[in-house]
Design a protein around this ligand. Structure first.
Ligand code: ZN
Length: 379
């Protein structure tokens, strides 16, 4: 231990700490994020002990200001106080008995941000500074619409539910078939014949009962597309046909909802993000200006696909969706990410916005949504 050279006490009671805090001292709750989410002293600033050397300068630029440290029971706060003294802070005191005694003394606390279930369930998110309690609350408040509860929608729905997305809206009018089960892992052999959205709801409820799952066993059409996706924060395109994609793209552009695109074919797949909120973002029609002729359309019932492929692409879409909700990282806007399973390679193509695009170009005219006959049946 470092020898004590001044008369400053090393510890004070919670009640004294509160008085000093009200007098202007900075109270640092040095427990881990995952512990703090269950409750913290009122007006305390949360900073995990290990983060102190990295973040303290921004929180307390003045080395002469008074700092109080508190943890669960008063041990770690002593160590944190020592760290602060070594960093040059001259007036640091630890709160004896920690938050336990603070609560026992009936001092003011901020109510828990998460109940015990959520604090445990999302603990690995709460440990990430880039997510943390703030990010987890964003996820819990988010609404994501998933078009298709099939190959791409299966991994997306599973991981979005696991991540604690508040509301998941599933839109799909198909029923579970045996040939789906090679890749559509939301479903189960015993649920063949059941509506896919209902089968999906059962799986997701079992994984995370906190998530609200809304189901629409209907096909996306000109007449319902806006009503179905309105008020969502992100839309994930897990459609299996071009008409739905064009409809979805037009609606997301008009409603200014980011659209996470994904498609698979045989052993390859691609992912991008079309974010109509951004001036520089291309749209789906910058990539595919017009629907292909029916005979050229991939993703039809007769086209094969390696079962794991939609799993990989659907999860890349999910990663983009979570980043959009959290506001972290670099989204795949203006970039088309292509994956080739046989070569095990990723290739990134630049995808700039096309000034002549029939969807988002300067001369584009919106004359209403159009229902185009489906080029092929669902795979
Ligand atoms: Zn465009």
């Amino acid at each position: 231990m470092v020898a004590v050279r001044d008369d400053t006490p090393r510890e004070i009671t919670p009640r004294e700490a509160l008085q000093r805090q009200q007098g202007g001292a900075l109270l640092l709750d040095v427990r881990e994020d995952a512990e703090r989410v269950a409750g913290t002293p009122a007006n305390a600033v949360g900073i995990a002990r290990g983060e102190i050397p990295v973040r303290i300068d921004e929180l307390a630029p003045d080395r002469d200001g008074e700092i109080l440290t508190i943890c669960a029971s008063g041990r770690r706060s002593l160590l944190a106080a020592e760290t602060l003294r070594q960093l040059g802070y001259r007036h640091v005191v630890s709160v004896a008995g920690g938050f336990q005694r603070w609560q026992a003394d009936g001092l003011p606390v901020v109510e828990q941000l998460f109940d015990a279930d959520a604090a445990q369930r999302y603990s690995r998110h709460l440990l990430l500074p880039e997510v943390g309690a703030t990010g987890q609350l964003k996820l819990n408040a988010a609404k994501i619409a998933l078009i298709g509860a099939g190959g791409l929608g299966s991994p997306a729905a599973l991981y979005l539910a696991a991540a604690g997305i508040g509301t998941l809206t599933l839109i799909d009018d198909d029923k579970v078939e045996k040939s789906n089960l090679q890749r559509q892992v939301l479903h189960a052999d015993a649920r063949i014949g059941m509506a896919k959205v209902e089968s999906a709801r059962q799986t997701l409820a079992a994984l995370n009962p906190r998530v609200q799952v809304r189901t629409h066993a209907e096909r996306l059409r000109a007449g319902n597309v806006e009503a179905l996706i309105r008020e969502h924060d992100v839309v994930i395109d897990g459609a299996d046909n071009f008409p739905t994609r064009y409809l979805l793209d037009a609606a997301c552009r008009r409603l200014k909802i980011p659209l996470v695109y994904g498609a698979v074919h045989r052993f390859t797949g691609q992912v991008s993000v079309f974010d109509a909120r951004r001036e520089d973002s291309p749209c789906y029609r910058c990539l595919f200006p017009q629907p292909p002729a029916a005979e050229d359309a991939p993703n039809c019932a007769e086209a094969g696909v390696l079962g794991v492929l939609p799993g990989i692409i659907g999860l890349l879409q999910t990663s983009e969706a979570l980043k959009l909700i959290l506001g972290i990282g670099a989204p795949l806007v203006g970039r088309l990410l292509c994956f080739d399973a046989l070569g095990a390679t990723f290739r990134e193509l630049r995808l700039p916005r096309d000034a002549q695009c029939p969807g988002c170009g300067a001369t584009a005219i919106f004359s209403g949504y159009e229902d185009v006959e489906h080029a092929c049946a669902a795979p």
